[in-house]
Design a binder for this molecule. Structure first.
Ligand code: FES
Ligand SMILES: [Fe+2]
Length: 436
């Protein structure tokens, strides 16, 4: 449970508010690379209550500006791409990608007024199939070298989904593993209920010392958490036969990101950013990565093409609050929700229905919620750091330190007595060696 002040601090992300100032200290994804191809039209971007425009000039340079012209506010996303920048349709003021005003053609020839105005501009980096920006003050931190953003294009599939609620409650679903065996349960004997692991790793054991059938997918995991230098590591601990444990390791990463193990048909992980559009809606970003080989065709097919009826367009789930998620109670003997087989629908239902901004003064956290509690404590401390003028955790200011080798999500079976920290160390070490 949180106080109203704490809930507001974590959930409200307009500029100047504590949560908004925190999220603005980190690079955030704003658009898919495919949304702004070479010579593409300017793209309106709505993020944390700000209205921006992403565009490419004729040289291919990418800019992100306040969408409202600093002359009299007209929308620049309708503007003309010409003469080295983006030209407003109202009186022809021209801006370059840095927000510099290059021309004010209706002003007198000798006027220097164009040098006195500036359009708000934010830096842009393209990585992992998406554009990212930094909207905070001062020098941006290093763009983080997260594992899931560090592979060639053929190893990554990225998409985004509109979610009709505050960013935090949806991200909290990512580090709430006990819901998987309920919300997403299928009663179809051909679909393995609950667990859905990718490449299962073994440490301290040989292949013949373990059979996948030693894991009971219906066993509720015992959770343990520990803080890292960038977030919270969550261990889901289940039995894997006598003297062995099955660990699933996932992460909350500051301040609006989660990292979860595959499956991507091999050794992989998924980075989920939850980026506010405003305080009551957001984009859920999914960066699917396979580490050991290019993603196969199946994992590259966009969801709306794979399950056409479940999506009304590339970014929107058909089932929503307004149509009561099209629940058909006669199908509740096929799956837990009666809302079809789409995991994204289940998650949208569970996280949108607490209300557009969940009132956390009324909740009752249980033992399965220790990861939520740890992540909130960490984010509230980070808000205090920002208030006090310090960098919040997870920011990197120099290139040599820009590595996150232990932000690695995976499924592993290990001897029961091996400490979790040792399991992580061995898996990270093996991964690092494989990368060399
Ligand atoms: S409002 Fe944009 S040039 Fe006047
Ligand atoms: Fe889920």
């Amino acid at each position: 449970m949180l106080t109203k002040e704490q809930n507001d601090a974590l959930t409200l992300t307009d500029a100047g508010l504590p949560g908004g100032e925190l999220l603005r200290r980190y690079w955030q994804p704003i658009a898919l690379s495919t949304e702004l191809p070479p010579e593409g039209a300017p793209v309106p971007i709505d993020i944390m209550g700000e209205e921006l425009v992403l565009f490419r000039d004729q040289q291919g340079r990418v800019g992100l500006l306040d969408r409202h012209c600093c002359h009299r506010g007209t929308d620049l996303s309708f503007g003309r791409l010409e003469d080295g920048g983006l030209r407003c349709l109202y009186h022809g003021w021209l801006y370059d990608v840095t927000g510099k005003c290059l021309e004010q053609p209706a002003e007198p020839k000798n006027s220097t007024f164009k040098d006195k105005v500036r359009q708000t501009a934010y830096p842009v980096v393209e990585k992992g199939g998406a554009f990212f920006t930094y909207m905070g003050p001062g020098e941006p931190p290093e763009f983080p070298n997260y594992d899931f953003l560090s592979y060639p294009e053929e190893n990554i599939h990225v998409h985004k989904l509109f979610i009709d609620c505050n960013y935090l409650q949806a991200n909290e679903g990512n580090y709430d593993p006990s819901h998987v065996g309920f919300l997403h349960r299928s009663f179809d004997p051909n679909r393995r209920p609950g667990l859905n692991f990718g490449a299962l790793k073994l440490v301290g054991l040989t292949k013949d010392e373990f059979k996948p059938t030693d894991i009971d997918p219906q066993e509720s995991p015992r959770l343990e958490v520990e803080e890292t230098s960038f977030g919270v590591r969550i261990f889901q601990n289940r039995s894997a036969g006598p003297g062995r444990k099955y660990l699933r390791v996932t992460y909350f990463c500051m301040p609006n990101l989660s990292v979860i193990a595959g499956p991507q048909g091999g050794d992989g992980q998924i980075g989920h950013y939850h980026v506010p559009i405003d305080n009551e809606t957001h984009w859920r970003w999914n960066f699917f990565v396979r580490r050991d080989a290019p993603l196969d065709e199946h994992h590259r097919i966009p969801n709306h093409l794979k399950k056409p009826g479940e999506y009304s367009d590339a970014y929107t789930i058909t089932r929503k609050r307004a149509n009561r998620f099209m629940q058909d109670r006669s199908t509740m003997n096929q799956n837990f929700t009666g809302m079809g087989p789409n995991f994204n629908t289940h998650d949208a239902f569970a996280t949108e229905t607490p209300g557009r901004i969940q009132d956390r003064t009324k909740e009752h956290l249980a033992t399965t919620d220790i990861a939520l509690a740890a992540s909130r404590r960490q984010a509230l401390r980070a808000i205090e750091d920002v208030r006090a003028g310090r960098d919040p955790i997870g920011l990197v200011r120099n290139a040599e330190e820009n590595r996150f080798p232990d932000m690695l999500s995976f499924d592993v079976v290990a001897p029961e007595e091996m400490p979790n920290a040792e399991v992580v160390r061995l898996v990270v070490e093996r991964h690092e060696t494989a990368m060399v």
